[in-house]
Design a protein around this ligand. Structure first.
Ligand code: ADP
Length: 324
């Protein structure tokens, strides 16, 4: 392998820049050419490439978002689109790529690998932490810090007014952000898709909390939770069944995807980038880099996209104890 392409694709996350930097610098260190591909698969199809050297990635380790831009690309879902992308890569002499993204981006890479026998390695970049084969995805830790910070601020105003807040956090189909940030911010209740305890239990718990003299309550709701009600419907439901509360809603939204990456995400991104490039040079392909027990591991992409890292049952137990 002589020239490695690197790009970010799908939803962005903090830490993607640190991963780009790591891939570029590792290539420079190992004396392999490196080319940036802008706007994910869209830029690949259009040949939007730029040669990178170690200096091209100065001063980006601390930046959120992705300097290479990200995109969603429907053309890449077609064989014609992928064939065009393959031609562009061949024309530019790129003979392997590192894709930084989520399960959609990995699915595209896996199909591309099968069709053109093209070496690909994935680095998981998403705040949702919803990819199998890694305990942490890039951006998850940063998002947790952002969410905890936001909840702290909401708690200040909630307790001044004796209010109950429903706070919706991201996470797609999994409750990793909700559970971890909920424990970290001391939420009274955490509603996650992995464990639907029902609305009766929520009402009971809120009643108890009020009786025990708590001045305010914070309920974290994962966007994928399974109560069958969104945060606004939950507010109405509680107001109707438990009129003792003045209820407010806050949907944190896209602020969770932004911001300067945490130290943990920067370090993880640096490690993953090295592993990705080294793996390609060792002739490995169709794998995703992940971290488990603080060691880097490789998982076949077809496995990574099929499942999720399981929710931490022990942490659910801890959260229950903490809310007594
Ligand atoms: P993420 O990587 O964050 O999960 P998406 O699901 O939007 O984001 O996927 C990003 C891009 O990956 C898509 O816009 C598309 O170009 C490509 N992609 C996703 N699924 C497939 C697929 N089944 N076949 C080919 N390309 C795909």
């Amino acid at each position: 392998i002589k020239k490695i392409g690197v790009f970010t694709s799908g939803g962005d996350s903090p830490g993607m820049n640190a991963a780009i930097r790591s891939v570029v610098r590792t290539c420079a260190y190992l004396k392999v050419d490196c080319v940036a591909i802008y706007r994910g698969y869209q830029g690949m199809i259009e040949g939007d490439f730029k040669p990178m050297d170690a200096r091209s990635v100065n001063n980006i380790i601390n930046k959120g978002g992705t300097i290479l831009k990200s995109a969603r690309c429907d053309d890449f879902r077609t064989y014609e689109g992928r064939k065009r992308a393959h031609e562009q890569l061949l024309n530019a002499g790129i003979d392997a790529f590192v894709v930084i993204g989520g399960d959609g981006s990995f699915t595209g890479a896996m199909i591309f690998n099968q069709e053109f026998n093209f070496p690909v390695i994935g680095i998981p970049g998403t705040i949702d932490n919803d990819i199998f084969g890694t305990t942490f995805t890039l951006g998850f830790d940063t998002a947790l810090n952002t969410v905890v910070d936001a909840i702290d601020k909401i708690r200040d105003t909630a307790s001044s007014h004796n209010r109950l807040f429903f706070i919706e956090v991201m996470g797609r189909d999994v409750g990793h952000i909700a559970l971890n940030a909920g424990v970290g911010a001391g939420a009274e209740e955490i509603l996650i898709p992995e464990e639907n305890l029902g609305l009766d239990r929520l009402l009971e718990s809120l009643k108890r909390s009020k009786k025990s003299g708590k001045s305010s309550s914070i309920v974290i709701v994962a966007e994928g939770d399974k109560t069958g009600k969104n945060v606004f419907e939950l507010k109405e439901y509680v107001e109707e069944h438990l009129p003792i509360y003045d209820v407010r809603v806050s949907v944190l939204g896209h602020m969770q995807r932004g911001g300067s990456p945490s130290c943990y995400d920067r370090v993880l991104a640096s490690r993953m980038g090295v592993k990705a490039v080294e793996s390609l040079l060792e002739g490995k392909t169709n794998l995703m880099v992940g971290v488990q027990d603080n060691r880097l591991i490789l998982t076949p992409i077809n496995k990574a996209i099929k499942g999720h890292t399981k929710i931490d049952k022990e942490l659910i137990r801890v959260s229950e104890i903490m809310t007594t």
